[in-house]
Design a protein around this ligand. Structure first.
Ligand code: GLA
Length: 732
């Protein structure tokens, strides 16, 4: 035992809501992970120590002489041959630290109810002088784990700077975790699932785009064979970071130490030389979220959603219900004109819109996407009286006013680049949407942005910023840029309490929980085509609850796919998120306006349920969920936390071979309750290719217990492709 180190407890169980992480803290090494998964029930200290002793596995030939238990930061020096949790170098030589505790492992409780474990250790080994580690593990009340490491180079160390080439968090899984599922995607087709068997080697996702990426893994999940939304054991992680990052599942023949299965982990992806610690400096990893469920992905993601919703700055569904938005982009593009936009605002207010957001095109020489980016002054050419007259009119109509910015980007043809050519990040990169990146760490650049944005927020009275980021970063690291961005967002929020910010990046290329610590919603995709959106939203929900995801009703013909969709499907699709409209509604027929108005009323009625309830995604019965085309028919819903109320949508995306879709077996309800299940056609009435629809559907409602609805199900109405049926369940 190192002097002064007496771990508070020998074996520590972090547990909440049916999940547990069991750590063996005996000895001088970093805590060893004995178990991460379902709760093991309460056990006394002696029992836990016995458990730790009894878990020692057999030793095979040609292996470590003693089986190696997996620590919270596995590395080569302690016998781990997999991807190391930490990669360090000094003076051009690798450093392989062995960690020794410097004080007892501390366990305490946060006022918010989380259990918090703090581990302090020092590195031993050649080149490791003065290097210390702090590991924090939080078990949130929802059972979500959050982990991060901090490496510090001590003050006064006389050796050269310590390079941190990699530092991440990793957890061991049992051998029953045999399948991996994560997401890829592209512009307008974000969140494309891919799944496969866990094999020897790595399923490794490296994001080198300087932003989270349309193809970000989002949630890397590993589970038992056949796991789905509602079934199977699942272990999943998310790296809460908006720059380059890595997420992986790795399996070695010897397994994850005592566990025998793969490991799952992730962290920031650092460019060579990007983090070099001088004496007194530290590097902290992003938080790695780790969530477990024995009830499929929905169970795992529910822990994340509950934790997000408990944050003090989470949008409050009662005090500040998510306002219905009208965004001008697909309505007018760069065609800014006070009269036209005033008419649009008036029309929006008349059908129940609550927030009017002026998109790209209001500043500098930005008449198209080749000029003006970076000149954050209102264009006198387009807006001779400034933006105030429009913003005031919007407020007089009872809406709040939002404005688009893309602060980290520049057009070379802009006053700001002419004045500060040195602000181009990494020199000039290959153009992407005719734009370059502004180096937030260049002297004066960050202050310019804070000053310019702040001045407009005050002058115009901006309630909401759509914060865009429309290109990947090339030829440069993203570490300092990402931290500077976070600092900028934090500073703006301090200056303007109550200001809401949306994270947009060519649609959904910056969807992560690093950005969402300092923003209020994401723009999930640039496609408003509801058939695409259904699938994008289905998988975005693996990380985010509905209230954090923007979704808009576009025009009848999608601007991104040229496909025509019914108003009903467009409305049902947007209803389930933070809803809005992105359509020139000054050209709508009276019937369309009536339908839109009844839909906005429905959104106002249901939004508290939608924005507080548990997300339920029914597994596609034919197993097509994690395929590129996705299911032909899908059902999803939201169930109130007390299970008294729910809303479900049943959507046909395309035709399929089965002539009759059979029954829909709902999920997430209270089996003992009696529900009235009612059609809600406010968003549109599906017609369906039927001679007769099920009697309950024709009648408009039925009454049944939760048990019947979940075990027996209800006959599905026949739907044409591109139609949706919406039902609302209330106590009978
Ligand atoms: C990006 C965004 C869009 C829109 C345009 C404006 O593509 O994702 O929603 O704001 O920029 O240029």
């Amino acid at each position: 035992m190192i002097q002064g180190v007496t771990p508070t407890l020998d074996v520590i169980v972090l547990r909440a809501a049916g999940a547990a992480l069991v750590l063996d803290c005996r000895g001088e090494d970093l805590p060893r992970v004995l178990h991460w998964g379902a709760d093991i029930g309460s056990a006394g200290e002696d029992e836990l120590v016995r458990l730790a002793q009894d878990l020692v596995p057999a030793t095979g030939h040609s292996a470590l002489d003693e089986p190696w238990p997996f620590t919270l930061l596995p590395g080569s020096a302690d016998g781990w041959s997999g991807r190391p949790g930490v990669a360090l170098a000094r003076d051009g030589r690798p450093v392989f630290p062995r960690w020794r505790l410097t004080r007892p492992v501390a366990l305490d409780h946060d006022p918010d109810g989380a259990q918090r474990l703090t581990v302090d250790a020092a590195a031993h080994g050649v080149g490791a002088e003065g290097v210390t580690l702090r590991t924090e593990v939080r078990c949130e009340p929802s059972g979500l784990l959050r982990l991060r490491h901090t490496i510090t180079q001590a003050q006064g160390a006389d050796s050269g700077p310590l390079e941190v080439a990699g530092l991440g968090c990793v957890l061991p899984l049992p051998g029953t975790a045999t399948e991996v599922l994560d997401l890829s995607g592209r512009w307008c087709r974000e969140r494309l699932p891919q799944r496969g068997a866990v094999r020897f080697g790595s399923w490794l996702r490296e994001a080198r785009r300087g932003r989270t990426g349309h193809d970000a893994s989002l949630l890397m999940a590993c589970g038992t064979t056949g796991f789905g939304f509602r079934q199977g054991e699942v272990w999943a992680t998310h790296v809460a970071w908006s720059g380059d990052h890595v997420a992986y599942v790795e399996r070695l023949p010897e397994g994850a130490g005592w566990h025998g299965g793969p490991v799952i982990g992730g962290g920031e992806l650092l460019a060579p030389g990007e983090v070099r610690l001088a004496p007194g400096e530290s590097y902290t990893t992003p938080w790695l979220l780790a969530t477990y469920s024995d009830q499929g992905l929905d169970g795992a993601t529910a822990r994340i959603h509950r934790w997000l919703r408990a944050r003090p700055h989470h949008p409050d569904p009662v005090r500040r219900p998510r306002p219905l938005v009208l965004n001008t982009w697909e309505a007018v593009y760069f065609g800014h004109d006070l009269d036209r936009l005033t008419e649009l605002a008036e029309r929006a207010a008349s059908i129940g819109v609550e927030r009017f957001v002026l998109d790209d095109g209001w500043f500098g020489g930005r008449r198209h996407d080749r000029a003006g980016l970076g000149d954050w002054q209102v264009s006198p050419e387009m807006w001779p009286g400034g933006l105030r007259p429009l913003a005031d009119r919007v407020r007089a109509l009872g809406m709040d006013f939002g404005l688009w910015f893309e602060p980290e980007m520049l057009n070379v043809d802009s006053d700001v680049v002419r004045a500060h050519p040195d602000w181009l990040l990494g020199g000039e990169q290959r153009d992407w949407r005719h734009q370059q990146v502004l180096d937030l760490t260049a002297p004066g650049a960050w202050d310019y942005l804070l000053g310019a944005i702040s001045a407009l927020v005050e002058e115009i009275g901006i309630a909401f910023i759509k914060w865009d980021h429309n290109r990947d970063l090339h030829g440069t690291g993203a570490h300092a840029q990402t931290l500077a961005l976070y600092g900028l967002l934090d500073a703006l929020r301090v200056r303007h309490p109550g200001l809401e910010i949306e994270s947009c990046a060519s649609g959904g290329a910056r969807v992560d929980l690093g950005i969402l610590e300092r923003t209020d919603r994401v723009w999930a995709s640039d496609t408003n085509d509801p058939l695409e959106r259904q699938l994008i939203q289905r998988w975005t929900a693996s990380l985010l609850p509905p209230e954090l995801v923007g979704s808009h009703v576009g025009g009848p013909v999608s601007h991104t796919t040229a496909r025509t969709a019914s108003l009903g499907l467009r409305c049902v699709t947007a209803l389930f998120q933070h809803a809005g409209i992105e359509w020139d509604i000054t050209g709508c027929s009276d019937a369309e306006l009536r339908d839109l108005a009844s839909w906005t009323a429905l959104y106002r009625e249901l939004r508290q349920l939608l924005h507080t309830g548990d997300v339920v995604r029914l597994d596609a019965p034919d197993g097509t969920d994690a395929t590129e085309a996705g299911p032909a028919l899908l059902t999803h819903g939201v169930v109130a936390p007390d299970r008294a109320e729910a809303v479900f949508a049943h959507v046909r995306l395309r035709t399929s071979g089965a002539a009759n879709p059979g029954r829909i077996r709902l999920a997430g309800l209270d089996p003992a309750r009696s529900y009235r299940l009612r059609r809600r056609d406010e968003a549109g009435t599906p017609s369906g290719p039927a001679i007769s629809q099920p009697p309950w559907w024709e009648r408009g409602e039925l009454v049944a217990s939760g048990a019947v609805l979940m075990e027996v199900g209800v006959p599905a109405p026949l739907l044409h492709p591109g139609e949706a049926a919406l039902v609302h369940l209330t106590p009978a």
